[in-house]
Ligand binder design. Structure first.
Ligand code: MIG
Length: 805
């Protein structure tokens, strides 16, 4: 007798269609074993909720803040299928059994269920299997190690404290179950909004399907289609929210250390930055500022007068960010513990006993941030910080982490009243802690913007905090991996992210630190940090040469602040990344995914950043289509090519896309005094038409939400720049403008509002030469100047200006 395959004994998938009905934005399909609900959120976003008949799911989400918009769509029925049609999408639902596929309205296939398995269950575990498309690539998924193209790999979402993680370790700290698939000339996004431990396989260990799977809960995913990646990110962040404008000072250079104490150490660091003329805005207090690591306390000897200290630092232009760990020391007599216990705010076992685990303070209790009352309580505790002048808060250990790194699954959380075990709540805990901190800061600072930094998070974390990539290591591979982590978060709605410059664990060589700080200047969040008991790692700690290089690149970032702040504004409006993987603008260029080039990115729309390892002075780079200007010299570099670059350690390779506008100002010690900077530098790089929206506000309050901001559109054509009249009623700190026109001859005629204008030219530098300290290594011989750069001056006015050349 032939061997019989025991077909389908274990895996149960969505079965045969029975009936359907349409209510409002929802098409509900009843099958023999399950309910399939298809909800039209708008023309490009469709939500799928699939659950077994006997299951009930509230559909509540910490991530999603959008409601379905009442757009028109049609449902048509044929004998063996149904169609849902929006203005952009055609969703086909096969009936026997129920399987989903998505097409553009024109009928191009985007994505389809595996015919046999579609959505399936193995016990409580639920999985949706999607047929692999020819040549399909997968990008995104947020803070995930590995390559830009995730094809052939699988990832687990389970927020994990992973000290000195390897560059291929998974999982690490933060979970955003959203990815973008790319094949042919199409791209689509899938956001699987389920907070349990989830697994994503992108054709890993099989050649048949990709899948996304949760240990428990509902199959609940959003399918997103737009013609380009930027559009998909825009829709994903429509669902999950976008950053608020951060305080301007948080875009400056931030210096951290585990830990600066006692207080004269902090003052010393601050003074050294100023003495050495290295701009910086932020210093950090890591866990040693607390009394016995008790959250919301100050160490009585190390920091006896925090208020006076903060005043002094503020007068030097520094803000201080303090660490906040979730664990509250279990110590009767300690007010945060006593009060939290009395109010029942800590996480409990099912028998009602308080759950305790060990972290820095010893045995500790954990606030249940999934409850509004607890979030408010936490926020109120923060007054011992804000009362002393603190405006920045750093949430660490919020995966949550505890010694042993294995919390019992049965502990219980409020989960906004619906309840949940650790299994369901773990991945959202860090985000809700960041939310508590953000909301507390917002209330206590009375209209000023707080800065919140977090290690753990879930989709939507961008609404509350910036993210750093935890305990990286001082190595070249980590520097490059960190760049990919930040770029990947940019693809996943988290534009404000960065990694520890120089590496947290281990010790950077001077060469590595030099490379990393130059690269970090082109990271949305720019902070240097290092581990307890490691060497000093401030920019001046690696010798005078590295100090010069650090000064150069930190200053360059400060000079680019009008550009950078405007790019952050764009991020706050559209969710667009600040560090932009080349997969955003050059999605279908296969070169950008290849190993040597996958770390390259655009910083904002215009600046191509090419990371280089510290052990190399020759580097192979790829220039995507178009034309590029070498930032330092204006030398033209044609695109669609590979090039070997001479990348001496003094120079971070930077190129400006032809068809760009860079808005700059003078450098300053810190960003609390930008109001004193009077001249805007407008660098135009002709070569393609473009526009750039300049945005300005006070950089510190929420007044911009009530109209106190200004924006102006800069439009570049082949031989003209038009600056629109400003909208909004904020008064710019600029009093005059200097337009530099790159790539034109020094004797060119230039007119200003149709009047011929005085034209000047100078040799212009983006970085200063580094002193020749090293007898063996010679700084690059080529001039680091743009020769004879043409410019025209004019007064800042709120009306339209046209410059013609
Ligand atoms: O168990 O607060 O990732 O940045 O310096 C280590 C001490 C706790 C981990 C963070 C790191 C921080 C360190 N923290």
């Amino acid at each position: 007798m032939a061997h019989q395959h025991r077909k389908g004994t274990f895996n149960k998938s969505v079965s045969q269609y029975i009936s359907h009905q349409v209510t409002g934005q929802e098409l509900r399909i009843n099958t023999e074993n399950s309910q399939v609900r298809i909800i039209v959120y708008d023309h490009s976003v469709i939500r799928f909720r699939i659950a077994k008949n006997e299951e009930e799911h509230s559909g509540f989400s910490y991530a999603v803040i959008a409601e379905p918009s009442p757009v028109n769509f049609t449902v048509t029925e044929e004998a063996d299928c149904l169609f849902v049609l929006t203005d952009l999408l055609k969703i086909k639902i096969d009936k026997f059994p129920v399987r989903i596929s998505a097409f553009t309205k024109q009928g191009e296939l985007l994505n389809s269920d595996d015919k046999a398995f579609g959505t399936s269950w193995l016990g409580h575990e639920v999985t949706t299997y999607k047929k692999l498309q020819a040549g399909e690539r997968f990008i995104g998924l947020g803070e995930k190690t590995g390559g830009l193209d995730r094809r052939g790999k699988a990832y687990v979402n389970w927020n994990s404290d992973n000290f000195a993680y390897g560059v291929d370790d998974d999982p690490i700290y933060l979970s955003t179950p959203f990815y973008i698939g790319v094949h042919g000339h199409q791209n689509y996004g899938i956001f699987f909004d389920n907070s349990h431990k989830t697994t994503f396989s992108f054709g890993c260990s099989n050649d048949r399907f990709s899948y996304f799977q949760a240990e428990d809960g509902e199959m609940n995913y959003y399918f997103i289609w737009k013609p380009d990646v930027a559009g998909i990110i825009e829709r994903y962040t429509w669902l999950t929210g976008r950053i608020e404008m951060p305080p301007l000072w948080s875009l400056g250079f931030q210096q951290c250390r585990y830990s600066y104490y006692p207080y004269p150490e902090v003052l010393n660091a601050a003074r050294t930055f100023r003495e050495k003329d290295i701009p910086a805005d932020v210093l950090y207090l890591d866990i040693h500022y607390m009394d016995a690591y008790k959250v919301f306390t100050w160490h009585p000897e190390r920091f006896p007068h925090p208020e006076a200290l903060m005043k002094e630092l503020k007068s030097m232009g520094f803000n201080v960010v303090v660490i906040l760990d979730p664990g509250v020391k279990k110590e009767p007599g300690y007010s945060a513990y006593d009060d939290g216990k009395e109010k029942g705010h800590f996480v409990k076992y099912p028998d009602g006993a308080e759950f305790n685990a060990q972290v820095w303070p010893g045995w500790s209790a954990f606030p249940d941030f999934t409850k509004e009352e607890v979030r408010d309580w936490w926020g109120k505790q923060m007054n011992v910080l804000t009362n002393n002048g603190i405006e920045g808060f750093w949430n660490d250990m919020n995966e949550p982490a505890a010694w042993g790194q294995h919390l019992p699954d049965l502990i219980e959380f409020d989960y906004e009243g619906e309840g949940g075990t650790h299994k369901k709540s773990h991945n959202v805990y860090g985000m809700q802690m960041a939310r508590s901190t953000y909301e507390g800061g917002k209330t206590l600072l009375q209209g000023k913007r707080a800065f919140v930094l977090t290690r753990a998070g879930y989709s939507g974390i961008q609404r509350y905090a910036a993210v750093w990539t935890g305990d990286n290591v001082s190595s070249d591979e980590h520097m490059l991996a960190g760049t990919r982590l930040v770029n990947s978060m940019g693809l996943t709605g988290i534009p404000f992210a960065g990694n520890d410059v120089g590496g947290f664990a281990g010790e950077a060589t001077p060469e590595l630190f030099a490379r990393w700080i130059a690269l970090g200047a082109f990271s949305p969040f720019f902070r240097s940090h290092s581990m307890v008991n490691s060497r000093d790692s401030e920019p001046w700690s690696f010798g005078e040469e590295v100090e010069d290089i650090s000064r150069n690149y930190i200053k360059l970032r400060y000079r680019l602040m009008p550009y950078l702040y405007s790019v952050f504004f764009e991020a706050s409006q559209t969710g667009m990344a600040v560090s932009r993987s080349l997969a955003i603008d050059y999605t279908f260029d296969s070169n950008i995914y290849s190993d040597p080039y996958q770390n390259q990115y655009l910083f904002g729309p215009s600046i191509l950043v090419i990371p280089v390892e510290s052990t190399r002075e020759l580097h192979k780079a790829y220039f995507p289509e178009g034309t590029w200007y070498n930032l330092y010299t204006d030398k033209i570099q044609h695109g669609n090519r590979e090039e070997i670059l001479i990348a001496s350690k003094e120079l971070q390779p930077l190129y400006v896309k032809a068809g760009s506008i860079l808005l700059m100002q003078q450098s300053s010690d810190h960003l609390l005094n930008v109001k004193e900077l009077e001249r805007m530098e407008i660098h135009v790089y002709p070569g393609a038409e473009t526009s750039f929206v300049y945005y300005e506000d006070d950089g510190e309050t929420y007044d911009y939400k009530t109209g106190s901001s200004l924006s102006r559109t800069f439009e570049l054509k082949s031989n003209s720049l038009r600056i629109s009249a400003q909208t909004g009623n904020y008064h710019s700190h600029f009093k005059n403008c200097r337009v530099f026109i790159h790539g034109i001859k020094p004797d060119s005629a230039v007119s200003l509002n149709a009047m011929s204008s005085d034209v000047e030219s100078i040799d212009y530098r983006f970085v200063e030469p580094v002193s020749d300290f090293d007898p063996y290594h010679k700084p690059p011989g080529e001039p680091l100047e743009v020769k004879d750069l043409v410019y025209v001056d004019f007064k800042w006015s709120e009306g339209e200006v046209v410059v013609h050349w």
